[in-house]
Write a new protein. Structure first.
Lengths: 201, 467
């Protein structure tokens, strides 16, 4: 997995609350057996009309946001299904971080497995960053993972909370499975004990 | 010993490793797999030269993509990409030696219906699946939740998940339900009360007299939608009803093992003075038959209510509510019971079990549908067989319903069960998101009895008027 350290980039504003996984990547694109290539269908039904033409008003279709690497979104981003196709599509489009007041739990976890940083901040902070994002491509936001800060184009900085283990994995681009495999002895021991205690499992 | 919740007890029994910072490896007892969220995980295993650690605890069934028409054995009923996904699962199940119910097997069905039906899901277990509605299995007092594809690969390889413990939330439904009010009305009403993010970071335990009174089928409906309230998992403490449901199922323990299991299962309840981080109490008698009006499962109102105006909400919800009203083509002040519908869909992991079909049949007996199209999709081949044996299928067919084979079908419309943009559907499924059932589709969520009533009148209807 790619390492995430520091990012300075264009942020696109999406103030809608409860942006769900069906909006992020509609079900017709889940029939793939690959992880790549979903970026073109990110937000498909908001982004294209019935003829498949771009809807010019949609934020990521606007010239100033086509290269966005950050989303600033309304509350409860990523609610709905467990589809990892949602972070795959974001990643494939080029989104590396999402800022919101809150995230749905499964989506939040899925982001970290794909090198995407979801940042939860208080409402006031998200409002400031949303306004900053609305300024367009000249306003670049900076995310510093090591110091856990997001800084607006005006230099206003906000600290965010993050689980230490998730941060460590993201900063070093670590593969979870490899890390867990190192603890195979603990799993073996647990399994043997559980087999004694609950043989019916 | 300090008092514990049910969640605490199951959690503690499954921690295989705990790091100094509190990050745990949680051991997984059952891993359910379907064709949409697993191909990339199996590919990951192959690329890394890894195997499945516990194939005996891994159960796969294709459900999301499969056609539900009687001619589905004919490969041409599936689109090419769907066929590739189902064939990939066929191959992965065979290559890695996991339990498998292929499309041709009478036991095939929606993964969350097949698991309990076959006795794979048992009290006190940890159950995961690459599907958010895994919460369903919590009805047995199992800790069950959805995971992403990377986590599917992690569980396949290690039989564990990297987890931090969530918080404890109690949702108590006191007293009795009024006639015409069902498990679906409970679970939708809870989401209406707490919002779609109200459970984020929590595991919910549902309790109270109204929950105890529910059948196992009803309890599965309640837990199924815990995720729609933002909670990873929903739980109900096991009791005699649970044990009775489980006993004798193909993969349930037998003989001395049954006795040993039962002894442990009877300890699985929240202690009286256990700590709760959040408590929500709803009076059972206050719950009415409900429907959703918007594009979020929290947009819930009693069928007797009017469509709300966007101004009646606060903050970011004002804009979202207006967007919902526009998408749904509704006017504030319009009576919900005046909304005409085109299609009725009865099925899904939320309401595709035998009790749901019985409830629908009770309303439909001797009646005809007044909608363009109505479809019943049983949750498994065995549910279908039982409904035929009980004569329910004849009632559905005589009423004008299509009587289908098992699968996820119109709940997310990944298979050919789709309709045209702008059509309005009364559905017993779990999500009313924009485009969920198809581009431009308008979905109203409700119970099977309410959906059956809507099929008969052609509009959203208070089922109590037909009882």
């Amino acid at each position: 997995m790619e390492k995430f350290e520091k990012l300075t980039g264009i942020a696109a504003p999406m103030p809608l609350v409860n942006i769900d996984t069906d909006m992020i990547i509609p079900k017709q694109f889940l029939k793939t057996i690959k992880r790549s290539g979903l970026g073109v269908n990110l937000f498909d039904e908001m982004r294209y009309d019935d003829n498949g033409d771009e809807i010019p008003d949609f934020v990521l279709n606007k010239p100033q946001y086509r290269e966005a690497e950050i989303l600033v979104a309304g509350d409860n981003f990523g609610c709905g299904s467990s589809r990892e196709h949602a972070p795959w599509a974001l990643k494939d489009f080029g989104i590396k971080a999402v800022v919101s007041t809150s995230f749905a739990d499964i989506f939040y976890n899925n982001c970290f497995k794909n090198g995407i940083l979801p940042i939860a901040l208080p409402k006031d902070a998200v409002e400031v960053l949303m306004k900053d994002a609305e300024k367009g491509s000249n306003a670049r936001m900076t995310i510093d993972l090591e110091n856990q800060t997001v800084t607006s184009s005006d230099g206003e900085s906000f600290s965010f909370e993050l689980d230490g283990f998730k941060k460590h994995c993201l900063m070093n681009g670590l593969d979870d499975i490899g890390l867990t495999m190192e603890k195979a002895a603990s799993i073996d021991t647990f399994e043997a004990k559980a087999e004694q205690a609950r043989p019916w499992v | 010993m300090s008092p514990k919740t049910l969640y605490d007890k199951i959690w503690d029994a499954h921690v295989a490793h705990e790091a100094e910072d509190g990050t745990c490896l949680l051991y997984i007892d059952r891993h359910l797999v379907h064709e949409v969220t697993s191909p990339q995980a199996f590919e990951g295993l192959r690329m890394a030269g890894r195997g499945v650690r516990a194939p005996d605890k891994t159960i796969a069934v294709p459900d999301h993509n499969v056609p539900t028409t009687l001619d589905r054995a004919n490969a041409e009923t599936m689109t090419e990409d769907s066929r590739v996904q189902v064939e990939a699962l066929d191959k992965n199940a065979k290559d890695f030696g996991i339990h498998y119910y292929p499309v041709s097997d009478v036991r095939q069905g929606i993964v969350h219906i097949v698991g309990p039906e076959q006795g794979w899901t048992l009290p006190g277990m940890t159950v995961v699946c690459g599907d958010s509605h895994t919460a369903t299995h919590g009805a047995f007092g199992a800790l069950a939740h959805g995971i992403g594809t990377s986590e599917v690969e992690h569980v396949l390889a290690t039989q564990t998940l990297i987890q931090r413990k969530g918080k404890n939330m109690k949702v108590e439904i006191t007293g009795k339900l009024a006639p015409g009010v069902t498990a679906k009305d409970i679970t939708l009403s809870v989401i209406g009360e707490t919002g779609t993010a109200g459970g984020t970071g929590y595991v919910i335990e549902y309790c109270g007299e109204a929950i105890r009174d529910l059948s196992m089928e009803g309890r599965m409906t309640v837990c199924n939608m815990a995720i729609e309230g933002g909670a990873r998992a929903g739980l109900i403490a096991p009791d005699e009803k649970t044990f009775e449901y489980v006993q004798g199922r193909p993969h349930a323990p037998k003989g001395a093992q049954w006795e040993a299991a039962l002894a442990w299962w009877k300890t699985l309840y929240s202690d009286d003075d256990a700590h709760w981080d959040k408590v929500v109490t709803i009076k059972g008698e206050d719950i009415a038959p409900v429907v959703t009006w918007g594009t979020s499962p929290e947009d819930v109102l009693p069928i007797t209510a009017d469509v709300p105006s966007a101004d009646s909400f606060e903050g970011g919800k004002v804009g979202a509510a207006q967007r919902s009203l526009d998408y749904m083509g509704l006017q504030p002040g319009q009576k919900l019971s005046d909304i005409e519908i085109d299609t009725v869909f009865i099925g899904s992991c939320t309401n595709g079990r035998i009790e749901d079909l019985r409830a629908a049949a009770e309303i439909l007996k001797g009646k005809k549908i007044a909608v363009k199209r109505a479809m019943i999709v049983p949750g498994s081949g065995l549910v279908r067989a039982q409904a035929e044996e009980e004569g329910l299928a004849d009632i559905f067919k005589e009423a004008g319903f299509e009587w289908r084979l098992a699968g996820c079908s119109m709940c997310l419309a990944m298979n050919p069960d789709q309709l045209a943009p702008g059509e309005r559907c009364a559905a017993t499924s779990n999500r009313n998101f924009e485009g969920r059932q198809g581009r431009g589709w308008r979905t109203h969520l409700m119970s099977p009895a309410m959906a059956a009533a809507a099929a008969v009148t052609g509009k959203l209807t208070d089922v109590r008027e037909m009882m």
